[in-house]
Write a protein that binds this ligand. Structure first.
Ligand SMILES: Nc1nc2c(ncn2[C@@H]2O[C@H](COP(=O)(O)OP(=O)(O)OP(=O)(O)O)[C@@H](O)[C@H]2O)c(=O)[nH]1
Length: 204
């Protein structure tokens, strides 16, 4: 049987982009959405974008929340964020030690089952580096998440891959929770079949 003519169900994926001011959250988001790099963005508003894409031939509807802390002391509201987001992109800049510390502080509240991807941006400015690759890798290990260094200014494919990889992880995690819910429901319906062995149930 072929799948031609069968309409595939669209997957919805919500991603929140989190990080200190000026690390390139908007630049990364806009790079993914438009493949373009625009030097300056509105720093005063939180933006939510909607985007349709195909991932391994499957239609995906992205909602991306580009968060906007007013300064490096304003940490994200973890409860609100985790209620809304299916996955979180944690961004710091390799040229800004404070932005790395911001992620270390923010992650305490964001440690959950929610898939996370740690991104070190502005790798094109390696001459101004304040955070080493090793430090990023250690933090990612601690967070049990994927990690990459990237430049929103120079990389197109690598930036898209970050969003797609996080999306894949989100979809896998959603399938896993659906599966365990199903198993729990089937498990709880077992008493109604009392008296029949498993093999007898399979034959029915
Ligand atoms: N060299 C370089 N500059 C970048 C890169 N990404 C962003 N920038 C610049 O860094 C500045 C801040 O980028 P934004 O994308 O506005 O950062 P943001 O995290 O959204 O900032 P807020 O909205 O204030 O939270 C801008 O001047 C960008 O042009 C990058 O990869 N390389």
């Amino acid at each position: 049987m072929t799948t031609r003519g069968i309409r595939r169900k669209r997957c919805d994926v919500k991603i929140a982009v989190v990080g200190a001011p000026g690390v390139g959250k908007s630049a990364l988001t806009v790079r993914f959405l438009t493949k373009r790099y625009i030097g300056e963005y509105d720093h005063n508003t939180e933006n939510k974008y909607k985007h349709e894409s195909l991932l391994d031939g499957e239609p995906v509807h992205f909602e991306i929340l580009d968060t906007c802390p007013k300064d490096e002391h304003e940490l994200p509201n973890a409860n609100e964020l985790l209620q809304w987001a299916d996955g979180i992109l944690l961004v710091y800049s390799i040229t800004d030690r404070q932005s790395f510390n911001y992620i270390r502080k923010a992650r305490t509240d964001l440690t959950t089952e929610t898939p996370v991807f740690l991104v070190a941006n502005k790798v094109d400015m390696v001459h101004l580096r304040q955070v080493s690759t090793d430090e990023g890798e250690i933090l990612a290990k601690d967070l049990e998440c994927r990690f990459t260094e990237v430049s929103a200014a120079e990389h197109v494919i690598q930036v898209a891959e970050i969003f797609y990889d996080l999306c894949k992880e989100i979809l896998a995690s959603k399938r896993k929770s659906k599966q365990s819910l199903l198993e729990r429901m089937l498990g709880s319906s077992r008493p109604y079949n009392r008296g029949k062995s498993d093999s007898a149930l399979q034959k029915d």
